[in-house]
Design a protein around this ligand. Structure first.
Ligand SMILES: Nc1ncnc2c1ncn2[C@@H]1O[C@H](COP(=O)(O)OP(=O)(O)OP(=O)(O)O)[C@@H](O)[C@H]1O
Length: 237
């Protein structure tokens, strides 16, 4: 059974349709990348999968369960999590309290849960009492991912995690995701513009153009700048 199964998904804003019939499957423990120009619908797709935007047509199944009509909270309880573009941590709360907010919907031993998260995100340990807004972009991205994991998702949707982040922390995010994949048996759908990042993490890469998937690339093909440029238009950048 697939972890995620999406069929003919359509969605948009008011009368403007942005997703024009998206279909794809993601296997358990697979990492799938999504690549496309700005404005092609990547963020809209992740937000529709998470239930922030209502699908106007099509179906979404998580581990065989129909979730197309469920609320965002219900999807979260069913095992789906999102790390949104721009990270959206709570800037006025401490790192510890940001993590606590991530667990709010579950009955867990907070201290034990935070100890586990710190093993997976050692950089956060000395930052626990700092406010989220005082962290660097890369640290905020790690915190956003850690907070998402506090809800114990099995599928994580990542929206442009490397946006505005220094290369040294980008490499740390790659390593963290590889480790989480093994340790938590995590499945990831990853929207990215950073070709190196996506090539290091994704098992396959779906190309989105005008709200539709038009091609699938192997990660090794991302090194072929001309080929990527043909599909995505920013290969040379
Ligand atoms: N809240 C909104 N209301 C109306 N139109 C929107 C809204 N959000 C996005 N759009 C439009 O929907 C289309 C797809 O946007 P979306 O953010 O999904 O693209 P994207 O591929 O994620 O691009 P980016 O990388 O710039 O975020 C764009 O034409 C955008 O202008």
């Amino acid at each position: 059974m697939s972890m995620l199964s999406v069929k003919d998904l359509t969605a948009g804003y008011g009368q403007v349709r942005v997703l024009n019939g998206i279909s794809f499957e993601v296997a358990q423990n697979e990492f799938v990348g999504i690549l496309g120009h700005n404005g092609m619908g990547k963020t809209t797709l992740l937000r529709t999968l998470m239930g922030y935007i209502r699908a106007t047509g099509g179906t979404v199944e998580l581990e065989g369960q129909a979730i197309t009509r469920l609320s965002t909270h219900a999807r979260s309880r069913a095992g789906m999590g999102i790390v949104p573009q721009g990270r959206e941590i709570f800037p006025g709360l401490s790192v510890r309290d940001n993590l606590r907010m991530g667990m709010a919907a579950r009955k867990v031993d907070e201290a034990a849960e935070i100890a586990q998260i710190l093993q997976e995100f050692p950089r956060l340990e000395r930052l626990l009492d700092r406010t989220g807004g005082a962290l660097s972009g890369g640290e905020q991205q790690l915190l956003a991912l850690a907070r998402c994991l506090c809800a114990a998702p099995r599928l994580v949707l990542l929206d442009e995690p490397t946006e505005g982040i220094q290369p040294s922390i980008i490499e740390e995010i790659v390593e963290t995701l590889h480790a989480l994949r093994k340790k938590r048996d995590l499945t990831v759908v990853l929207v990215e513009q950073n070709l190196d990042f996506i090539a290091e993490l994704a098992d396959r890469v779906l190309i989105i153009q005008k709200g539709e998937f038009t091609n699938t690339l192997a990660p090794s093909q991302l090194a072929d700048v001309e080929m990527v440029g043909e599909f995505v238009g920013f290969g040379a950048g």
